[in-house]
Every structure is written in C-alpha cells, then in structure tokens.
Design a protein around this ligand. Structure first.
Ligand code: C5P
Length: 311
C-alpha cells in the first residue's frame, strides 16, 4: 500500500481502463495501422498519475504492476508530458508518479490511460487551459486509445480507434477480469491477426446492429451475446491457454466472455454485482485464471482528483 500525502503544487488525475465491447478489425492501412470499428466501454479500474514541478524530468511507478512499467524515455506518461510542454512552451520539468492498478500490456489501454492522465494533469498544473479538442489531438498522436481514456463512458471508435463518436446507451454493467501474469504485445497480436487472415479479402469495418440494440436497451444478456473481438483468435493463437479461461467463464455463468482488446486479459460480463463476486470466487477456486479483478462500468474518463495526492 502507498500512503496518501498532500504535496503542495502537485496535481493528481485518475484515468480508467477500457474494454472493447466490439472490435471489428479492417484491412491494414498504408501507415501500418488497421482500420477499426470499435465500441469502447470505460471500466472502473484506474491508474493515478501525480505531476509536480521538479528539477529534472522523472518517473516513478507504484502499485501491483509497477515492475513492468518502463521509467525511461519510453514511458508514455513522460512522452505525453513533454509533448504538452513543447506545445504550450513550458520549460520546467515535472516529476511523474504513477500508481498502477490497470494491468500492463493487458489489452486494457493502461499506457493510454497514463498518457491521458499526464496530459490532463500537466495542463492543470501549468494552468495551460488547452481546449479538450487540443488535448485529445495531442493524445491521439501518442496512442490510438488515448482520446477514449480522456472521454470515458461508452463511445464508438473509428479510424485507428482515435476518432470517437457518441453511442446511445443505458445501464450499469458488472465485469470480472482475469489478468495474466505476463502481457501480450499489441503489434504482435495485430501481426498474428494478419497472418491468420492470409490473403483473404477483408471488408471495411462497421458497427453491428446487435451491439447498438444491446446498448440502447441496457440489457446485459443482450450485451453479453453481442460481444465480439476480431483480435481474439490472434491472442489465443499466441497464448493458447486463453481458450480455457474463456471457457471457464462461460461454464461459471458469465453472460459473455471476451479477450479484452489485444489481450491477454479476459473480460467476463455478469448480470449483477453479486454475480460478479460469485464468478470471481469460482474462477479463483478453479485455478484457471491468474489474478481476478471486478469493476463496474461505464465510468468517467480522465479526471482531476480533488483530494490529497498519492506519492
Ligand atoms: O496506437 P497504439 O500505440 O495503441 O498502437 C500500437 C500498435 O498496435 C501499432 O503500432 C500497430 O502495430 C497496432 N495497431 C494497429 N491498428 C490499430 C491500432 C494499433 O495495427 N488500429
């Protein structure tokens, strides 16, 4: 556990993980990205990012996945903070503290959440007052999922995932996540998807009517049936044990089971908070899943926390 200490002149922002309710992967584009049609849902698993003025740029990470996050120049929160500093002409460095609760390389956009949080936090710390669209544009250049980590809720994503549009949706949903002890590389999963598809002609991606109807109704059973992910076969091909995890969820009564994004986290939709707790117990007892987490959704995107900072 970390202790909560107030740091004068620091700003803390928390940003949520996501699950893709639908991930329709189209053809590979000229720039190497794949055209997507996706529906994102922000789930109540959060990273917290605290920024404070410092003598040098630095990053420190705490939380259960801390040892798997780089603290060098490849850290996405650091890249985001430097990009904003360059954009608004700030010369002073910041120290960045990340408390990670979102699995690393888990298909839940943890790195994007950190980048989104760092942008919002630095904007606040420096009083830059950038318009949301400007922060979103900066974020989109850093990662396809960063704009959604800022907006949260439920949204459709197109382009490479960064172009967001609202979705008519209602209801609260209860998820369980089976987190693997080692991650999968997103580029490797997309490459495996291409390999499995071979020379097949791939249609332009589009949202499904079943997903839109399920979200409009707010019915978790309909949503469970409508879940789909074109990257799932590729993730299973690279990590065959995921098949057993998916099957266990179905066997223990999940309304739907799906690999989250590029995986390897597996997301299970349940009917209620109690059903989610029951599923956690069954999965843990079966030994098939690694770590098991629960979260409610949808939740807000990156938000400044009013309380004391976590250091
Ligand atoms: O945008 P992001 O940093 O999440 O992308 C990581 C990698 O995932 C890309 O370099 C690319 O290999 C793959 N990707 C893709 N098509 C997308 C999004 C990501 O091929 N729409």
């Amino acid at each position: 556990m970390t202790s909560a200490v107030t740091v004068p002149g620091s700003v803390t922002v928390r940003a949520p993980a996501k699950v893709n309710l639908e991930l329709d992967v189209g053809p590979r584009r000229g720039d190497g990205f794949h055209a997507l049609s996706t529906v994102y849902m922000a789930v109540g698993l959060y990273d917290e990012v605290t920024v404070a003025t410092a003598d040098d740029w630095e990053v420190a990470v705490s939380g259960p996945y801390a040892d798997r996050v780089p603290t060098d120049d490849t850290n996405l929160a650091l890249i985001a903070a430097k990009a904003l500093a360059a954009e608004v002409g700030v010369a002073e460095p910041v120290s960045i503290r990340i408390h990670k609760d979102i699995p690393v390389a888990g298909g839940m956009a943890g790195g994007s959440a950190d980048a989104a949080a760092a942008l919002v936090a630095c904007d606040h710390l420096w009083g830059a007052g950038l318009a949301r669209e400007q922060l979103v544009a900066l974020g989109a250049a850093l990662g396809s999922d960063v704009p959604f980590a800022m907006s949260g809720g439920i949204a459709m994503g197109s382009g490479r995932g960064e172009q967001l549009a609202p979705v008519l949706a209602r209801g609260t949903f209860y998820w369980v996540f089976a987190v693997s002890s080692s991650g999968l590389s997103t580029p490797a999963v997309y490459a495996e998807c291409d390999r499995l598809r071979g020379k097949a002609l791939i249609a332009a991606p589009e949202p499904s009517a079943a997903m839109m109807t399920a979200l409009r109704s707010g019915d978790p059973e309909a949503l469970g049936r409508a879940l789909s992910n074109d990257l799932q076969d590729a993730a299973i091909s690279l990590r065959p044990t995921l098949r057993e995890v998916l099957d266990a969820g179905q066997e223990f009564g999940a309304l739907g089971s799906i690999v989250s994004g590029s995986g390897p986290t597996v997301a299970f939709l349940t009917a209620s908070a109690e059903a989610a707790l029951d599923l956690c117990v069954s999965l843990a007892a079966s030994g098939v899943a690694g770590e098991v987490k629960r979260a409610k959704a949808p939740v807000h995107g990156a938000q400044v926390l009013p309380g004391p900072s976590r250091v």
